[in-house]
Write a protein that binds this ligand. Structure first.
Ligand code: F6R
Length: 260
């Protein structure tokens, strides 16, 4: 794992955007894995800026979102499809037919999940997967005790996750119980994982993910087994890490050819 600690969320988001932009520059047909929620908003703003001001070109890229709620009405403002359209897809030049979000309105969820896995494979696999982390350590919507080998499937949200997302729905009772999410096995096949976490709420899940044992009770901890996982934090989220000074020293000492 590479743990990168930045002063605040803006610096951390800009750094993550540089990593995504570098990958697209090296491989214009890169496949991006995308997350929703509060955490990646700064990253998406910066990608939009790089597109508008510096010519970052998504024309040959594709994307696959991690997850979607089951059963929301078409165009529901809290759906992850609507979120992505608002914050990213409508502001860059990614071709709409290559910007994928699981369909939470399908009649046949297992077939939708299977087809989603096949589409990722047909696109050549995910090059860079953006991740946030839940307060109990979920990635995607793989809640604690999810199989560490799981594939895209339906999951039931914990009460904690529904509470965390209540603001998007105007009340926890309105948050759907079910979601479709990429599995942990699916996420682990991405070539690079970028996990972003900001603020005090993420202190405990980050400490357990980075310095605790690998356990299905903290799904993000499986990233310790990933060959290229970058954990990009602000100072607040890094506050519970015992080796903070070491991570900073490593980052400061990176040779030029490894800079982002
Ligand atoms: C969203 C997702 C979730 C969120 C996580 C953190 O697509 O997969 O894992 O990344 O719940 O959410 P925020 O960023 O709102 O704290």
């Amino acid at each position: 794992m590479e743990v990168i600690i930045q002063p605040g969320p803006d610096d951390a988001s800009a750094l993550a955007a540089r990593i995504v932009a570098q990958r697209i520059a090296q491989k214009p047909h890169a496949v991006l894995g995308l997350a929703t929620g509060r955490t990646p908003l700064g990253l998406y703003e910066e990608l939009v800026r790089l597109h508008r001001e510096e010519g970052l070109d998504f024309d040959r890229a594709s994307s696959f979102n991690l997850d979607e709620y089951v059963g929301l009405a078409p165009g529901h403002p809290a759906s992850y499809r609507a979120f992505m359209e608002e914050h990213l897809f409508s502001k860059i030049n990614i071709p709409p037919e290559r910007a994928h979000v699981p369909s939470g309105r399908t009649e046949d969820i297992p077939s939708e999940c299977d087809a989603y896995e096949k589409k990722i494979a047909a696109a050549g696999g995910i090059d860079v997967q953006v991740l946030g982390i839940g307060v109990e350590g979920h990635i995607g919507f793989n809640e604690p005790t999810s199989s560490l080998a799981s594939r895209t499937r339906i999951k039931t949200l914990t009460d904690e996750t529904r509470q965390e997302n209540a603001a998007f729905f105007g009340g926890a009772e309105k948050v759907p119980h079910h979601v479709i999410t990429m599995g942990i096995g699916t996420i682990m096949e991405s070539r690079t994982c970028l996990l972003l976490a900001f603020g005090k709420k993420k202190v405990e899940p980050i400490a357990r993910t980075v310095e605790g044992p690998i356990t299905a009770m903290v799904p993000a901890s499986i990233l310790q087994m990933h060959p290229d996982a970058k954990i990009i934090l602000d100072e607040e989220a890094a506050a519970g890490l015992s080796r903070r000074d070491y991570y900073k020293m490593v980052y400061r000492g990176k040779p030029d050819w490894q800079q982002y």
